[in-house]
Design a protein around this ligand. Structure first.
Ligand code: ATP
Ligand code: FE2
Length: 328
């Protein structure tokens, strides 16, 4: 069976086609990059409105299938920006009705975890999900992806992007900070904020912006990465020790960072756990992860009716039942 997944929670409109074994037939994305400042929800939604037709038809054409071959439509139902989510949901309802096939609403955070599991071939990982909008340490417990630790304010990717913007770098800032950090091994003093199992990045952001007046950008970039990645490593280590999970999975857009991968790899090694990182093309927001998670839900007999298809901008990871996973 073939599943078409639509992703539209934030900056990216993406369509992906997967089969029921988790193979990605094709994936096409179009990302909105604001000229200045952060993401404006309505402007981002207008971007999605303008590009969805081209993105979906290219996805289908390049996969060498016809839209009539699709058996299920999956869409990101939340969490995310309301106006952006509504574009994806409207397209899903239209395709589902027009093609007379079922649709299924997917939680975007669950999708980041599930694409990591299938792409890396891991079974029951402790998952570190770090992106522009989320910083979550979670694992399966009592039928749900329980959150063991998370950010108390902004997400790590958002912090890196905001700092980069203040430093005059173009969006997205994460990859540029990684390149700059490679040129330094100096560690400037920045607040290290771990509260129990939770993290905070807003104070670090303010401090790092202040350092811009008197330090080299490379040194600040390196210090930002070393400090925040060490915070993540600490919480990840405690979560692995507490849950006894034997696999660690790094996923989300920031999982593309080589320094973060190396640090979490060491944590896993020291805890006798295997380390897995989602392939780069599936790390950021993409329609393939929505399609695959939609299939997992459909396979359990769950579809989404028109009445149930309202978007949920604040839908949390730990509010979703995960019936396709057996507890160990
Ligand atoms: P979500 O909606 O799940 O929060 P998102 O909308 O932020 O995700 P993603 O594509 O998952 O989208 O992640 C984008 C983030 O990843 C950006 O903040 C970007 O700066 C960051 N990022 C990408 N590559 C790197 C890198 N090499 N190092 C650090 N951060 C990176
Ligand atoms: Fe995402």
């Amino acid at each position: 069976m073939l599943i078409l997944g639509l992703e539209s929670t934030a900056h990216t409109f993406s369509a992906g086609i997967v089969d029921d074994a988790g193979n990605v037939l094709n994936l096409v994305s179009d990302t909105y990059i604001p000229e200045t400042g952060g993401l404006h929800p309505l402007k981002t939604a207008m971007h999605h409105q303008d590009c969805f037709d081209g993105v979906i038809s290219t996805t289908v054409k390049e996969a060498k299938v016809s839209i009539r071959d699709i058996d299920l439509i999956a869409f990101s139902q939340g969490p995310g920006l309301g106006p952006c989510l509504r574009i994806g949901a409207t397209i899903a309802r239209t395709l589902s009705a027009g093609l007379r096939i079922p649709m299924v609403g997917v939680n975007h955070c669950v999708a980041h975890v599930e694409i990591g599991r299938v792409a890396c071939g891991c079974d029951d990982p402790l998952c570190l999900y770090v992106s522009g909008g989320n910083t979550i340490i979670s694992a399966l417990k009592c039928g749900r992806y329980q959150v063991f630790g998370e950010t108390l304010d902004i997400a790590l990717g958002n912090m890196l992007d905001t700092f980069a913007r203040e430093a005059g770098l173009a969006h997205p800032g994460g990859p540029k900070i990684e390149q700059l950090a490679r040129k330094s091994d100096l560690l400037l003093d920045l607040p290290y904020v771990v509260k129990g199992m939770d993290l905070s990045f807003s104070g670090i952001l303010t401090s790092a912006i202040r350092l811009l007046a008197k330090h080299d950008l490379e040194d600040i970039a390196n210090s930002l990465q070393e400090t925040t990645f060490a915070m993540l490593a600490e919480v990840t280590e405690r979560a692995v020790a507490h849950t006894g999970k034997e696999e660690v999975l790094l996923t989300g857009g920031v999982a593309a960072n080589d320094r973060l991968k190396k640090m979490i790899d060491i944590v896993a090694l020291e805890q006798d756990a295997s380390f897995h990182v989602v392939p780069r093309k599936l790390a950021g927001d993409n329609g393939a992860m929505i399609a695959w998670t939609g299939f997992l839900q459909f396979d359990q007999g769950n579809t989404t009716s028109l009445e149930e298809s309202r978007v949920m901008p604040n839908w949390r990871l730990d509010q979703v039942d995960i019936p396709w996973r057996q507890e160990r």
